[in-house]
Design a binder for this molecule. Structure first.
Ligand SMILES: Cc1cc2nc3c(=O)[nH]c(=O)nc-3n(C[C@H](O)[C@H](O)[C@H](O)COP(=O)(O)O)c2cc1C
Ligand code: SF4
Length: 436
């Protein structure tokens, strides 16, 4: 049964996990989080990652606005080893909202300047963060002018309430060209790695599951067609930018019928996702960020919460079951591919205990990095507090209230309405007033 987080001590948390028959990892010793990791010659200071978190607040031309810069400066002074930039569109048409970041020839200098600022501020804290840019096309969830303009690889009756535009092979070839061109700009702008986003229902994971796309080189029943877009894009980027680290953030199971990594009932079936990682391994990919589900269809899967966004139903499962699904599934991939650094997701529900569970997971070899999404909005300086005090401050952690999700669902700038109240609490007040 769904329940809000009400565990004040480690014992209460572990007792609840036991009642649910969950073997929640836990370690009092958090030093595993601070073991450096060598990734392609780059020494990453610790195992803590700021996960990509869209702020819906770019300038009109797609550049980071003052508000976006503020967000990244908060991350950079917080001490995480990896800062994984939020979804940045490769074309205007593929933006999820009119203020989604979008990088192109005319504004890439603005990204360079931001990266310089991030590094300067991080170095003051003694870290040199590894910077990943997440490149995306929003596909079915494109809203470049604020109204839905869905563009899909293949229809899915479960998701498509109106008839979307089905992208042609020529459209897809042009989009692939953009991924490659934009990767070059991103590399020049100082990013250490390019993430080709293949998760959360957007275009690239839609392509991975496009079994009903016929008469196309980018789909079909067999995997070579469906994997072609992602793998060819990666091959081209690696060829054009020798030495660049390429990674993916991938939904290893959409958990809905007709999605990627599912059986005929929409339940997880990892055979194809494992095959995909095999293909990536052959290409020398050494970093993969694991996630599951879609924020549009089953948001509790990717981000277990206390409260859903108003209007959405609470799921039947306990949020700890969602947390464990992610831990166990990531572990399966990490154990199968020990040479690829896997980033685990969905930690914020665990509040101040997340670092202890994360440390146990690292120690057990069940993931290589622990990525925080909502908690990075709420408490970006947690890594520094962990170093200084050996624990996270329970008064500062994310309380998984879904306030930030509610803001971005309404196409407003997203951030923590609880702990960054002056800006985002006010945004929420304005939203509530408008809704009345
Ligand atoms: C407001 C908001 C924006 C997000 N933006 C992105 C994004 O740009 N790219 C992405 O891969 N995931 C995005 N996510 C998902 C998070 O990266 C993360 O996987 C999720 O919140 C679960 O982690 P957590 O429990 O630490 O929050 C977003 C989540 C939220 C709530
Ligand atoms: S608004 Fe703040 S506390 Fe609520 S879910 Fe988002 S980050 Fe967490």
């Amino acid at each position: 049964m769904h329940e809000r987080f009400k565990y004040r001590t480690k014992d209460e948390l572990l007792q609840k996990a036991k009642e649910l028959n969950l073997d929640l990892p836990y370690s009092d010793d958090i030093t595993p989080l601070f073991q450096p990791y060598n990734l392609a010659g780059f020494s990453i200071a610790n195992r803590l990652v700021v996960q990509p978190m869209e702020g819906y607040d770019s300038d009109d031309d797609g550049s980071p606005s003052e508000l976006a810069k503020r967000r990244y400066m908060r991350y950079s002074s917080g001490g995480s080893g990896i800062i994984w930039f939020e979804a940045v569109s490769v074309v205007h048409d593929g933006r999820s909202n009119p203020h989604q970041l979008w990088i192109h020839k005319k504004n890439s200098d603005n990204y360079s300047r931001l990266n310089d600022e991030i590094r300067k501020s991080a170095i003051k804290q003694g870290t040199d963060p590894f910077l990943v840019i997440q490149l995306t096309h929003s596909g079915r969830y494109s809203k470049p002018e604020g109204v839905a303009k869905p563009k899909v690889a293949a229809l899915n009756p479960l998701l498509d309430k109106t008839m979307p535009y089905i992208l042609t092979d020529d459209d897809l070839k042009r989009i692939m060209d953009q991924f490659v061109e934009v990767s070059k700009l991103a590399c020049k702008s100082g990013f250490n790695a390019i993430d080709i986003k293949a998760c959360h229902g957007y275009l690239l994971v839609d392509l991975l599951s496009a079994k009903t796309r016929t008469n196309s080189i980018f789909g079909g029943v067999e995997t070579p067609g469906r994997f072609r877009f992602l793998l060819e894009t990666i091959d081209r980027i690696k060829y054009e930018i020798p030495g660049i680290v390429v990674t993916i953030r991938v939904s290893i199971s959409d958990l809905y019928s007709g999605g990627f990594g599912v059986d005929e009932n929409g339940e997880p079936d990892f055979s194809e996702p494992l095959h995909l990682i095999d293909q990536l391994k052959l290409r020398g990919i050494n970093l993969v960020n694991i996630t599951m589900g879609s924020p549009y269809f089953n948001p509790h899967v990717s981000r277990p919460y206390d409260n859903p966004v108003p209007g959405q139903n609470k799921p039947a499962e306990h949020p700890l079951e969602g947390v464990m699904r992610m831990i166990n599934s990531t572990a399966l991939f990490q154990e199968r591919f020990p040479d690829i650094a896997m980033v685990g997701s969905a930690w914020s529900f665990l509040r101040q205990f997340a670092p202890n569970t994360g440390a146990a997971v690292i120690k057990n070899g069940q993931a290589s990095f622990i990525g925080f999404g909502r908690n990075s909005f709420a408490y970006p300086s947690m890594p520094l507090d962990l170093i200084k005090n050996g624990m996270a401050d329970p008064r500062k952690v994310c309380i998984t209230c879904s306030g930030c999700s509610r803001l971005i669902r309404s196409l407003r700038p997203g951030g923590c309405v609880i702990h960054d109240r002056e800006i985002y609490g006010n945004e929420l007040k304005k939203l509530i007033a408008d809704e009345k």
